[in-house]
Each structure stands twice: as C-alpha cells, then as structure tokens.
Design a protein around this ligand. Structure first.
Ligand code: PHB
Length: 390
C-alpha cells in the first residue's frame, strides 16, 4: 500500500473507532473545585463539596456523555492561594471548568484567569454582586447578598418597624447587603440610624452591639459570612439587645442550617431572608437532606451545599445541551437562560447577567421535633440581583 493510502486508511479507521465509541469513553470532563477545606471557612468548603458529591452520587459520574472528574483543591479561603491553584488547574491539569469559591475575595482573584483561559467558572458560594461582572466566563448558582436583603427590608417595613441599624462585615458582600437593605428600607418609608461595619478577620462584636443599644432602633439588620454567625448572635443576646426591644433580622447567613444547633435557643425567633432552608417543603429537598445525612452522618445541608448541587446541575444541563462537546464559550452559551429545579425550588440562570434568579423566602427560627429550623412563611418569587444595571 502506498504511504498516503495507508495513512488515509489509518485515519479512517481511527475516525470510525472514535465515532463508534460510546460517549462515556470520551475524555473525562475535569472540574477544578477550589474550596477552603481547612481554616476558619472550612465549614463552607465541606458543605459545597458535599453538595457536589451528592449530585454525582444521585445522577451517576457520567454527565452529558462525559465522565466527570473532580479535582478538589484546598485554598484555605486565601485569595492568593485560590488564584495560584486556579492557574495550576488550568495550565497543568487542563480542567474544563473551575468551580467552588467560598468567599468573594477568592472568586474575584480567580476571575481574570477564567477570562484569559476561557474557562467557565461556576461560583457555588461567594455572593457579592460584582463577581459575575468580573469575567464573562463566571456564572453563579448560590445567591447574591443584595438579592436576599431587598425582600427582608420590605418585610421589616411591613411589620411596622420604622427605625433600623445595619451591621455588616466590611468587604464587598457586606457593603452590598448594607446598600440594598438601606435603599429599599428608605423607599419603604423607614429610617436607618447607623451603618456599622466589622472586620472580616477576627471581629469583636461587643463594642458594636453597645453602639446599637445606644442608637435604640426597632430592628438590627445583620449580614456576616456564615462562619461568624454564632458569635454575632451570642453577643446580641449577651448585651441584652433583645430585652431592650430590638429585633434581630438578617440574611440567612446569620442562622444558617449548619450553625443553627451550635447557636442554640438564642436563635429562636430570629427572622431572616434566604433562598434555601433545610426545612423547605418539597420532595426534592427531602431526598437532598436525607442524601447528605446518609453520606455524612450528623450533617445537615445548608445553602452552600445547595450552591454546589445546583452548580453541578447547571454543568450537567450545559454538557447535555452541547452533546458532551464542552468548550468554554459553548458551555457558557448553553448555561445562559437555563431554568432548573433543585432543593431550593425553581431557579434560572439569567441570560444577560449570568447570575441566579430565584425565590427568596422569609423564615423564622422555630423548634421542629426538638431541633432548630428556619421555617419559611413568606415567598417573593423570581428575585434578581438588585446590583445589576438594567
Ligand atoms: C462571600 O464572601 O461572598 C460570602 C461568604 C459567606 C457567606 C456569604 C457570602 O455566608
């Protein structure tokens, strides 16, 4: 056989062998999952990872014809580490997608790498509005702090409380919470007597609580990242703010399902707004709560586990739509406008902003069967992030 004919035949054989292969034997689809598995934010990492793994356990390790490989990397929630790990995952491991991101500074540190390498970046936890604007390859399956603060401002005003003080952690999501709550509460006829910001690392809440007491508001609105929540609730009670007639309200981060039982009965009666509660009533959520408890005895999923689960569902939908082909631009295009349903309820990935549009629930901490839960009692449907220009 002439060399050219031989090469042609060989190429034909190779091509037909590739075509005959089941899609599952195509190259694996690699996801670089960057999360804090150690350090003060490790609870976030464990929750997101548990959600990711449960999705794979329930749906099989092959999505859209591609075997999924998850490369979990511990960034300790240190942005410079998140960035270095993302760079390695993209250049050395050749991942098809980056995912995870517990805190906003980590997500913002990685965004330029997603852009440069044209790699989709699925934000499963971090919640400042600006993240999805930092890269055209960023999509979010968690929530935005502003998104949940607006319906809460409405509820506080409707409940007859006229004067509020805000207390937030001094970084991008905290500033979003403060601005979204304040703008809406004022539009609702309320007055904000003070805006307090506490440091991200090692905050001492005591002096701030004293200040709030002196200002005598009807309500204290709080956003702190979930791992700081038990300390803030404890200080609120210890300083006697509840006895002074001040109502504690906040984003769901303040009483997340993971820390609720650590906070204990001090949490009873606290009203918050969020997109997920472990007490959410649906068949999908029942299976989710049971699935997490089975895989991790004693663990209750919180909103971060849902962000991980929803992120995998979004990757699954995009892989199916592109028939397993992948590719950064194609995957992002396939993700835009997807409407999905998961343990939180229905949600859409907004095609314009690449951010999550979802129901926001107002909830109150109550005891159910001897355990503390956020019991949902009001729903605002399909809420978008207020931080995106129309
Ligand atoms: C964030 O840094 O974006 C963040 C972290 C923890 C939360 C909420 C937001 O509970």
């Amino acid at each position: 056989m002439h060399k050219r004919a031989f090469l042609g035949a060989a190429a034909f054989l190779l091509a037909s062998a590739a075509a005959a292969q089941p899609a599952a034997q195509a190259a694996p689809f690699r996801i670089g999952l960057i999360l804090p598995m150690t350090g003060p934010f490790s609870a976030v990492g464990k929750q997101v990872d548990a959600g990711v793994r449960l999705y794979l356990a329930q749906h099989g390790e092959t999505l859209g014809g591609r075997r999924i490989e998850v490369l979990l990397k511990d960034d300790g929630a240190v942005p410079a580490t998140s960035r270095r790990l993302a760079q390695e995952l993209v250049s050395t491991d050749k991942v098809d997608a980056l995912a995870g991101f517990a805190i906003t500074p980590s997500a913002l540190a990685v965004a330029p790498i997603a852009t440069q390498s044209r790699t989709p970046m699925v934000v499963m936890s971090a919640a400042a509005s600006s993240i999805t604007e930092a890269s055209p390859f960023a999509v979010r399956t968690s929530f935005t702090v502003g998104q949940v603060s607006v319906p809460l401002a409405d509820w506080v005003a409707r409940s007859g409380m006229r004067k509020a003080v805000t207390l937030v952690t001094d970084y991008a999501p905290g500033v979003d919470a403060e601005q979204s709550f304040t703008e809406r509460f004022k539009a609702d006829g309320g007055q904000v007597l003070g805006a307090l910001r506490v440091p991200l690392h090692g905050p001492d809440f005591a002096p701030f609580m004293q200040k709030v007491r002196d200002l005598k508001p009807d309500a204290l609105f709080i956003f702190v990242p979930a791992p700081a929540a038990p300390a803030v609730v404890k200080q609120f009670r210890e300083r006697g703010l509840d006895k002074a007639g001040i109502k504690l309200v906040g984003t769901g981060d303040v009483v997340d399902d993971d820390s609720l039982n650590n906070i204990g009965d001090d949490a009873l009666g606290i009203v918050t707004s969020h997109h997920y509660s472990a007490a959410h009533k649906s068949a999908s959520n029942e299976g989710f709560v049971q699935g997490i408890a089975k895989a991790h005895p004693g663990m209750r999923p919180n909103f971060m586990a849902v962000g991980g689960y929803g992120g995998m569902q979004l990757i699954d939908a995009a892989l199916r739509k592109t028939r397993g082909a992948g590719g950064g631009e194609a995957l992002i295009a396939a993700m835009k406008g997807q409407t999905l349903e998961d343990p939180r309820g229905p949600w859409t990935l907004d095609a314009r902003t690449r951010d999550v549009v979802q129901n926001v629930y107002i909830r109150r901490v109550e005891k159910v069967d001897g355990q503390l839960y956020n019991v949902e009692f009001e729903t605002t449907k399909a809420v978008a992030d207020p931080g995106k220009a129309k």
